[in-house]
Write a protein that binds this ligand. Structure first.
Ligand code: URA
Length: 209
C-alpha cells in the first residue's frame, strides 16, 4: 500500500502476537507495548537527516554524524497514545511531547478538542503522531488537522494496528502524512473495532475493563 510502511521486524511481530492474546495480563501488555514502541520508533526514525559535527575522541579529532534539525515531537492522542510514549522516549529522550485530547460530539459526530498542548514551534519540527489503533481514522485525522492548524508541516503517523478502512480515510484527508504500522488487519466490525485486532488498547494497557 502506497504511503504505508508495515514494520515486519520479527521481534515486532512476535511481541504483537503476544499482545493480541486475550490472556495476556495488563502488566504484560504494558511491558510489551513499551518494548514494541521502542522498536517501532527505531523504524519510524530510520531515514532522519544527519549532519556532521566536529568532535574529539580520546584518540583523535573527527567529523561524526549527529541528528540534524530541531528535536522531534511525539504527539500522543489521548489516552491510548500515551502507551507508546515511554518506549519511544527511552530511545529519543530529548524528544518534545505533545498531548491531544479529542472527543466525538454525539449529535454532529465532529471531533471536539478538549486538550491540546504542544511545543510552540511545531512548524519547524518533525512530528510523530502516535495512537496504537488506526480504526475509523476519525481521531487521527482530527489530531493531524489540529497540528496542521498550528503550523505543523512535517508529520508522520505511527500505530500498532491499522484497519484498511482507516488507512483509506486517513490518506484521503492527509495524503502528505506517511503511516507506519506493525500490521494491517482484516477489517472493522460494526462497533468500529479492528478485527482480529487486540481489543480496546486503552482498556488493555490500563486494566479498565
Ligand atoms: N480502538 C481500540 O482500542 N481498539 C480497536 O479495535 C479500535 C479502536
Amino acid at each position: 500500500m502506497d504511503g504505508v510502511t508495515v514494520i515486519n521486524h520479527p521481534l515486532v511481530q512476535h511481541k504483537l502476537t503476544i499482545m493480541r492474546k486475550k490472556g495476556t495480563s495488563t502488566a504484560g501488555f504494558r511491558r510489551l507495548l513499551r518494548e514494541i514502541s521502542t522498536l517501532l520508533c527505531y523504524e519510524v526514525t530510520r531515514d532522519l537527516e544527519l549532519t556532521m559535527e566536529h568532535i574529539e575522541t580520546p584518540m583523535m579529532e573527527i567529523e561524526a554524524p549527529v541528528l540534524e534539525g530541531k528535536k522531534l515531537v511525539f504527539a500522543s492522542i489521548l489516552r491510548a497514545g500515551n502507551g507508546l510514549l515511554e518506549g519511544m522516549l527511552d530511545l529519543v529522550p530529548s524528544a518534545r511531547v505533545a498531548h491531544i485530547g479529542l472527543y466525538r460530539d454525539h449529535d454532529t459526530l465532529e471531533a471536539i478538542e478538549y486538550y491540546f498542548k504542544a511545543p510552540e514551534d511545531v512548524s519547524s519540527r518533525l512530528i510523530i503522531v502516535v495512537d496504537p489503533m488506526l480504526a475509523t481514522g476519525n481521531s487521527s485525522i482530527a489530531a493531524v488537522e489540529k497540528l496542521k492548524e498550528r503550523g505543523a508541516r512535517n508529520i508522520r503517523f505511527l500505530c500498532l494496528l491499522a484497519a484498511p478502512e482507516g488507512i483509506r480515510t486517513f490518506q484521503t484527508a492527509h495524503p502528505d502524512v506517511p503511516i507506519y504500522t506493525a500490521s494491517i488487519d482484516s477489517h472493522l466490525n460494526e462497533q468500529g473495532y479492528i478485527i482480529p485486532g487486540l481489543g480496546d488498547a486503552g482498556d488493555r494497557m490500563y486494566g479498565t475493563k
